[in-house]
Structure formats: C-alpha cells, structure tokens
Design a protein around this ligand. Sequence first.
Ligand code: AHR
Length: 342
Amino acid sequence: MKNKGWKKFLMAAGCIAVAALTAGCGSFQHVATQSAKETKEAEEDLIVVGFSQIGSESVWRTANSASIQRALSRENGFFLEFNNARQKQENQIKAIRGFISQRVDYIIFSPATEEGWETVLQEAKDAGIPVILVDRKISVSDDSLYTTWIGSDAKAEGEKAGIWLETYLGKNGRQEEDINIVVLQGTPGSSVQLGRTLGFDSIAKQHPNWHILEEKPADFTTAKGKEVMEQYIRKYQEIDVVVSQNDDMTFGAIQAMEEHGITTGVDGDVIVISFDAVREALEMVAEGTINVDVECNPEQGEYVAEIIRKLENKEPVDKENVVEEKVFTPENVAEYIDMRTY
Ligand code: AHR
C-alpha cells in the first residue's frame, strides 16, 4: 500500500489523541503508556481496516461483530478500528469520513438502510480506499462505489419462509382455509426488511386465502417486538400466523402472546415463523414454540478476511458473495443446536 508509513503515523496520532481525550487530565502516565503501545501497533505491518457496524440491536448483530473482530485480528495481520453506529446512518457516515481521513487500507460497513450512501462512498472512492459491504446491501446508481458485498440473500430468506408455510398448511390439510397473518418487520428501509418482505409477499400473493392483516416495523428488538405484538393482539381477533423478521422480535412477540394466554408453535394457537436462527431460538424450535427459523448467517468475518487477502494480492473478487444458510424445523434442528455458538 502506498503512503503506509504516513497513514500509520496518522493512525498512531489519532489513537494518542483519543487516548488523551478519554483519559482526562489526571492520568498522563496512563496516556503515555497507552500511546507507546498504540505507536508500536501502528509500526507493525498490519492491514488497517475501519469497520462501521450498525449497532448492537440483536443477538445476531453481536455474533456478526464478534465474527468480524475474530477474523480481522492482529494475529491474522489486521488492525481493526471498530465503530458502533448505534442504529444511526449519520453516525455511519461520520465514521466512514473518519476512516477516510485516517487513510485506512479498507473500509467495511453494514449499512443501516439501503439509500443515502452516494456522497460518502464517492469520497472513499476519490481517496482510493476500497469499500466492502457486509450483511446488508445498498441502492446506488453507480456500483463502482463499492468493491464487493458479502451477506445474506434476504429475498430468498423471505421466499423460504413463504414456501415453508405453504408446505406446512398443506401437510395439515389447511391449504384452503383463510389464514390471517401479521408481520413484525425489521428496520424500515434496510435491505433485509425490504428483501424478507418482498420474498414472503411474493409467495403470499399466490394464495388468495392468505390475508396479511398488517406489516409493522419493530426495529429488530425484543422490546419493540413485544410492543407491536400487543397492538396486533388488541386489534385482531383471529391471528393464525406471526412472521417475525428476526429472533429478537420473536422472543418479544411470544412473551406478549403468552401474557395473553395465546399458545404458539407446533401444538399452539399461532404458527410462528422467525429469521436468524440464534441458539435460544433454535432451542424454542426444538421444544416446539417456534415452528420454523430461517437462518441468516452472521459468520461473515472469514469471508471478509479472505476477500481482503485476495484484493491485497490483486486477485479478482466477485461483486456479490452470498453466505450459506439453512431452514430449521423441529424435524432437523437437533443435529445443529450443539454447534451453535451464538
Ligand atoms: O441484517 C441482518 C439482520 O439485522 C438480522 O436479521 C437481525 O437480527 C439484525 O439485527
């Protein structure tokens, strides 16, 4: 990388400034020790990566951050600057601008929403810094604004959920019945919310007896999932299916239903379809309170590291890299549960 020495000097200076600011006036010695440490880190020949993560809204997100931190470790030859944007696109834009001014080697980020990235990505492109998107996608007219994307096919996930429901209703002789569905959506305008909605709706449209009563955002969190589910319970007499676009919202929705005496899952009143497949949810699939969990794979760190290595070697990389994902039901979940680390 050209200008590496200069860039690393800037990074060390940045780290020293941050250390000084956060330490306050009384701990000069601590700051000096910290500075020496940071300078030593900056002197090593590491690939410097700035990562803007959306936030820490879900178990999935925590696993995704951990996967990237593990793969882009110092032992693996990386210096990772991790930024948590706390669900705000403006914080992500600020962080990306910070990475550009530090002249990092690569910028990676998981975009909160699809729209609104042109200006800052043009700045990264002008600075010659490759941008790697992880997890979610963006919508830009010029796709040369980013190098590559690694993540899940959210539309396919939504379709898998719809196809599972089709089969399940068929097996239970309910294919002709009127089926009332409510949906808990993730962050509005995010590629996963849009994709899962589009995918599920495309299957629902083929069934005139499926009635989507309402689709409301619940922000991918347990608290909001519970709140929105309570609103649905108060508003609708007959709910046959809850489609919840992530496990955290599902946990909240199930709590709300339990508190209203509504049972869920295999032997329950309401069919529950969830997404992500974190361990706690897989356990609920095994015990039968969630009917199906469509996997969204957060283990993207190794893919990112591999792509960066290829880019360092001037090897070509694919523009889109979809991670492998499964569908978990009570029939197959037992063989996967023990492998789940998150
Ligand atoms: O973008 C992936 C989604 O974001 C996951 O389904 C959800 O849990 C997370 O917060």
